[in-house]
Design a protein around this ligand. Structure first.
Ligand code: AMP
Length: 402
């Protein structure tokens, strides 16, 4: 893993009262009244904010919020998020209606030592998304140092995640460090055997991810709708199941490449079927060779779950992305929930390192009630998926000490 300058070094290098810009991810869900719907992302920021504040730094928080297309849009102001952050931290948080220029400069210099101010949505300026050097210079002019604590925005080369990190002395926030450490222990330098679960709807959206994982993991468990395409590619009759018929050759190529790499691919040997994906259905368990023409596979079956749990029992490290079935509707959540609980139990017993993330995965683990029991659950979405694909993330690269 690359070397990153930690916040402790910032505190040791910069005197009290210095102005520090923290790139955070305040792009959090709000309800219509502007109240926070989920505090997970904000809660993860607190260690960095508290460390800097305790060291007497004046902290300006930078973040995007929604997609304002390079101009101000009141509906996408960060003001309500600043209020929510203040409530979470139990301390007043200032807000400034611009992130550059004289207003932002005085908002930051006027802060007491240890004070925190949320600066308005960086995407109100067109230079943010174009990684513009002039916009980055205007941000840099406000501060003495920069901290990136937004792994979830690190897949984008934007001014506040990339150009700015090259303009000011740049440091790695606690949440960013925790994410990088967890991801490195799962895919960079994992304890083996290493097992990955890739589930979800379609292969087409996860091709690069499956390709990268099949080169790195010992066992690749394929579940959810995408397993149907792999089964169909092997000549299994899958009735009316979700299937990408244009991807059958791709699925066969993935199987061949995995075999060449010594990666075992585990597909479900049974499934839970129903006539349609709708509430109130009764699922029927069938062997994968006996799916009727008018039925669709909506979940992995009990023997498939046993196979998956056995693979977990043999593993030292687990990476999980995507549900094993259509988990939003009962009873098709059963396989995802059972397998997630098994992984969580082994993790709690100290027998497994488990790292999960990406869109629906967090929802599925919350649904199973085990998100807290995994070693690490990434809320980073796109950045987590790009990392699983093996891509370099510009925000992380820019932060690396050189
Ligand atoms: P993704 O966004 O690609 O991770 O896919 C998640 C979605 O896949 C969820 O909404 C699930 O309901 C859906 N899904 C999982 N398994 C199946 C299946 N066997 N048939 C249809 N949809 C599925």
């Amino acid at each position: 893993m690359q070397d990153f300058r930690p916040i402790d070094l910032l505190n040791a290098t910069h005197e009290r009262g210095s102005i520090v810009l923290v790139r955070a991810d305040l792009n959090v869900p709000l309800d219509e009244a502007g109240n926070l719907r989920d505090a997970t992302r904000l809660a993860r920021l607190l260690p960095t904010l508290e460390t800097l504040s305790l060291a007497g730094m004046r902290v300006g928080i930078l973040s995007h919020f929604g997609r304002p297309r390079g101009m101000p849009d009141k509906a996408l102001s960060l003001a309500p998020v600043a209020t929510a952050l203040g409530q979470l931290m139990n301390t007043p948080i200032a807000f400034c209606d611009d992130c550059i220029g004289p207003t932002a400069a005085s908002a930051l210099t006027d802060l007491p030592e240890g004070g925190i101010c949320v600066l308005e949505n960086t995407r109100f300026h067109a230079g943010e998304e174009t990684d513009d050097a002039e916009f980055a210079a205007a941000l840099a002019a406000l501060a003495h140092a920069y901290v990136n604590d937004a792994f979830s925005a690190a897949h984008r080369a934007h001014a506040s995640t990339h150009a700015l990190a090259k303009t000011l002395p740049a440091y790695c926030g606690h949440a960013m460090q925790a994410e990088l450490t967890a991801l490195n222990s799962a895919l960079g330098n994992p304890a083996r055997p290493l097992v990955a679960v890739v589930g979800g709807a379609k292969i087409s959206t996860k091709l690069e991810l499956i390709g990268n994982l099949s080169r790195k993991v010992d066992t690749l468990i394929i579940g959810g709708g995408m397993a149907n395409t792999f089964l169909a590619a092997q000549g299994v009759e899958i009735g009316t199941s979700l299937c990408e018929t244009g991807m059958l050759d791709t699925a066969r190529a993935i199987i061949a490449e995995a075999a060449a790499n010594g990666c075992r691919i585990l597909l479900p040997c049974d499934g839970v079927v129903a006539p349609e994906f709708a509430a109130g259905q009764t699922g029927t368990c069938v062997d994968i060779a006996h799916v009727a023409d008018n039925q669709m596979i909506l979940d992995a079956g009990p023997q498939a779950v046993k196979d998956i749990c056995n693979a977990f029992d043999e593993a030292q490290t687990l990476i999980w992305n995507g549900p094993l079935g259509a988990f939003e509707i009962e009873p098709f959540d059963a396989a995802t929930t059972a397998a997630a609980r098994h992984a969580a139990a082994r993790t709690k017993a100290g027998q497994l390192k488990s790292v999960a993330g990406g869109g629906d995965t967090v929802a599925a683990l919350n649904h199973a009630g085990v998100a807290e029991d995994f070693s690490y659950v990434s809320t980073a979405g796109g950045a987590f998926l790009e990392w699983l694909e093996g891509k370099q993330l510009p925000g992380v690269e820019a932060l690396a000490a050189n």
